[in-house]
Design a protein around this ligand. Sequence first.
Ligand code: NDP
Length: 487
Amino acid sequence: MGVKADIGIAGLAVMGANLALNFESKGNRVALYNRSEDKLEYFMNSAGKGKNFQATSSIPEFLGMLEHPRKIILLIRSGKPVDDFIRNMEPHLVPGDIIIDAGNSFYRDTQRRAEHLKKRGVEYVGLGISGGEEGAFYGPSLMAGCSEKAWKELEGPLNAIAAKAEGKTCCARVGTDGAGHFVKMIHNGIEYADMQLIAEAYAYMRDGLKMTPDEMSRAFERWNTTPELGSYLIGITANILKKKDADTGNYLVDMILDTAGQKGTGKWTSEAAFDLSVSTPTIAESVFARIVSSLKEERMEAYELLPGCEVKELGRVSRTQELEKLKHALTAAKLCVFAQGFSLITTAAKAFKWEIDPAEVADIWQGGCIIRAAMLTDIAKAYRKDPKLENLLLSPVFRNTLATVNSDWRNIASYCIRSNIAIPALSSTIAYYDSFRTAKLPANMIQALRDYFGSHMFERIDAPRGKMFHAEWFDSATKITSTDYNV
Ligand code: NDP
């Protein structure tokens, strides 16, 4: 056996292979493992040829190739395969080993695995990684959850391969155990909402403004140069809209079936929001929108059967002005989505004692990752100004922006609602904003209803908070009140 490797990567599919090349290009010797040999063979005879790699499909051999303390990066399918793989490695692990799960694992699984391996003196690191294949190769955004001891070993090699933006490295230890995977999960939830909002803006351009894909592409290109909307996803939308289908010569986007898939991280984000009592309606709506999109046959039937209203002709409006309004609507909505995501992060940080710095999260999302956006510079600024900020929307950094975009946001949404253009994400951001800034919500009616049928009691406007009352709405047989829970 030759010189020991600095780092090991298990799982040589698209992410593992690209990350391995990135590590090797920074001067690391890399040991590779893959369950099936064909991927290893292909890699070693193509992109990996002549480079500093050693490869095997045997776990003991793989571990034996590594320098101590052994750094073992997993890039295998998340869920049961990760548990199976850890179980297979366990007899060969020694105290001091560091396992880095860089897949999209559920943060609760990461907490469980970290707890289990700690008993054996093995460090378990949940490493959120974003940027897809390109990011893995050129520089991803990295969000680590681990002990300080493990971070001392990893900081150097991970910083070296990470993306750089605004003079900073997009890599940080955001907390312990599941913190990295939690932050990555929220990143993906925001990504779901961001993409849904882009799709809704595209629907307005296509069905309302009757723009061609080429015209839309130019609008997205312009937006991509602005501090409000400049972002990776807006940029690639401009590219997508330009692309022609090689077979038909039509725009490719027009040839793609309108059904979106999902792998579950948007659903996990929404579940975490319910668990932690944080309002993230736009992220949840974006998951539901994908579910509805998958009901293609039912939707076609419903189109024939159900009443609606025709798309209202916009008449001789200035397209330039309408696009400016749409830009304002997207700006406001995007800000609300970030507000929802960051609220979930700061709430989880308190609940799990992770001490996540939201400004640092905004920093590491500025490069390499899918949701990188110019707006994150101001988000980082807002949290640096006030690290205890309860909701991003309250920051003075964003108040002027919200004042500027507020009425156009509503105009675009109301046109879409009157014209049968489905905007679940855009409309939910308005509902989120309005609910949040309403000093007197109608929830007094909900509490009255709850007390009426279930004796759940209510607080009064003329009594201290927490003091509960019950009304005799009708002639009750028992006079017993219910134990309540507050959300
Ligand atoms: P996949 O998620 O498609 O996983 C394929 C890899 O998992 C293969 O190497 C496969 O080995 C291995 N594998 C599956 N089951 C087992 C098992 N029981 N034991 C050992 N190995 C197993 O690959 P990706 O590269 O797309 O993703 C890797 C991880 O990174 C996933 O968790 C994914 O969610 C995450 N991720 C992916 C991104 C992307 O853009 N693709 C972006 C960010 C994170 P074999 O070849 O033998 O089948």
